[in-house]
Ligand binder design. Structure first.
Ligand SMILES: *[C@@H]1O[C@H](CO)[C@@H](O)[C@H](O)[C@H]1NC(C)=O
Ligand SMILES: *[C@@H]1O[C@H](CO)[C@@H](O)[C@H](O)[C@H]1NC(C)=O
Ligand SMILES: *[C@@H]1O[C@H](CO)[C@@H](O)[C@H](O)[C@H]1NC(C)=O
Length: 376
């Protein structure tokens, strides 16, 4: 008995549809994957980022590969080393993790876009040693193919033993403490670095910030806020202990935010400030002397001895307060850097369709292409 001939499928329309679908697919790009596991459900968010435009130096920018010969390690005298060690470069340090990468990408773009010598910016990214460094590297270099950068693995286990629980759990993340270890992580040839948080954008030339004079002996520079009530950053246990409260006795200590700092790494290494910060963290574990995370040890070690930076370089607090994340306005005065410190982040509020008015200033730097959410 002859088999019935199957009807041939309408091949041509299918092929056309297929070709059309291919056109709709985004160009192959690397994606950062955030996986959060909570109880029974695993939510995987895949974030794809656009490629940023290339930025060029203006004609009068110094060349960053001109090093003196005696500064070049003969074993490592390649271009990469020259660039990483250049004194003419503006060295920028940031942390990198999947939770904040959307903010980091926007921050990098803003730095390059407002630099007069963007090709002289060298980025030093600190990532958890347990993070997928090649994924982070691919994510950065697919959006910024011309960026000069290195990724440094940070051993979280060392610092997690020193962390005590703070009032805002995001502040307890070990990577949040990486800023205290830059002098150890970055190569010795890097003598000055601008540390930047991931929840900020620059709207001015970072070279101006990097050139902040540090005076004869300051280790770091940051905007100071002498009207803030310094008492509130430490516990009554701290102030009532005579030997502890004497810490600030001979200093005019003012609050400063550690999200934007110019650090002289040579002086930091010379004074072994990493150890001094760790000693306060050890004490905090034994008796509670402050409430917030990585900030108070910096205040204990440096407040009153830092070089001032104009307030326009850290228009902070745009994330809102630590408890409710209410919208905040700019502080009076001009603006070179907008900082969404506090609980709310502009990308999260934009995503939730509940942005604060100033989040519109962050949005133009957002490189996120297509957010996919896959529930399994
Ligand atoms: C599951 O989630 C609920 C609410 O989010 C929490 O109370 C509970 O402790 C979680 N269970 C486990 C095993 O993590
Ligand atoms: C790290 O990311 C790369 C993509 O860049 C991927 O191929 C690799 O499987 C990842 N490794 C781990 C251990 O997840
Ligand atoms: C600072 O705060 C402390 C405790 O929170 C309070 O006792 C003190 O009066 C405040 N000082 C000023 C100048 O507001």
């Amino acid at each position: 008995m002859p088999m019935p001939t199957p009807q041939p499928p309408p091949l041509l329309p299918l092929l056309l549809l297929f070709a059309f679908l291919i056109l709709l697919l985004p160009a192959p790009s690397v994606s950062a994957t955030t996986t959060t596991t909570s109880n029974a459900t695993t939510t995987t968010t895949t974030q794809q980022f656009r490629e940023a435009p290339q930025f060029y130096n203006s004609p009068d920018c110094p060349s960053i590969t001109s090093l003196h010969h005696d500064d070049v390690d003969p074993d490592e005298s390649d271009d990469d080393h020259m660039m990483i060690c250049s004194y003419q470069a503006v060295h920028v340090a940031m942390t990198l993790d999947t939770a904040y990468i959307r903010g980091s990408m926007a921050a990098i773009l803003s730095v390059l876009q407002h630099s007069s010598c963007p090709q002289n910016a060298v980025f030093h990214f600190v990532a958890s040693a347990t993070a997928n460094a090649s994924l982070l590297r691919d994510t950065i270099s697919s959006s910024f193919p011309y960026l000069k950068f290195r990724i440094y693995p940070f051993d979280d286990s060392h610092v997690s033993g020193l962390i005590s629980i703070s009032i805002r759990s995001a502040l307890d993340c070990p990577l949040n403490y990486a800023r205290s270890y830059l002098a150890d992580l970055l190569p010795l040839c890097v003598r000055r670095v601008v540390y930047l948080d991931s929840d900020l954008i620059l709207v001015d030339d970072i070279a101006k910030l990097a050139a902040t004079p540090l005076g004869p002996s300051s280790v770091l520079a940051a905007p100071e806020y002498c009207n803030a009530n310094f008492t509130t950053y430490f516990t009554p246990a701290f102030w009532s202990n005579p030997s502890l409260s004497l810490t600030f006795a001979d200093r005019k200590a003012c609050y400063f935010n550690t999200g934007v700092m110019v650090i002289d790494l040579d002086r930091w290494r010379g004074g072994d400030y990493t150890t001094k910060i760790e000693e306060w963290m050890e004490l905090q574990k034994r008796m509670r002397i402050y409430e917030l995370g990585s900030l108070p040890p910096f205040l204990l070690v440096f407040a009153g001895n830092i070089a001032p930076v104009e307030h326009r370089w850290n228009q902070h607090g745009l994330g809102g307060d630590n408890f409710r994340g209410l919208c905040r306005d700019l502080h009076p005065g001009s603006v070179s850097l907008l900082h969404w410190s506090g609980k709310g982040k502009p990308w999260a509020r934009l995503e939730a369709n509940r942005p604060c008015p100033l989040d519109a200033l962050w949005a133009p730097y957002d490189l996120l292409e297509t957010p996919f959410v896959l529930d399994s």
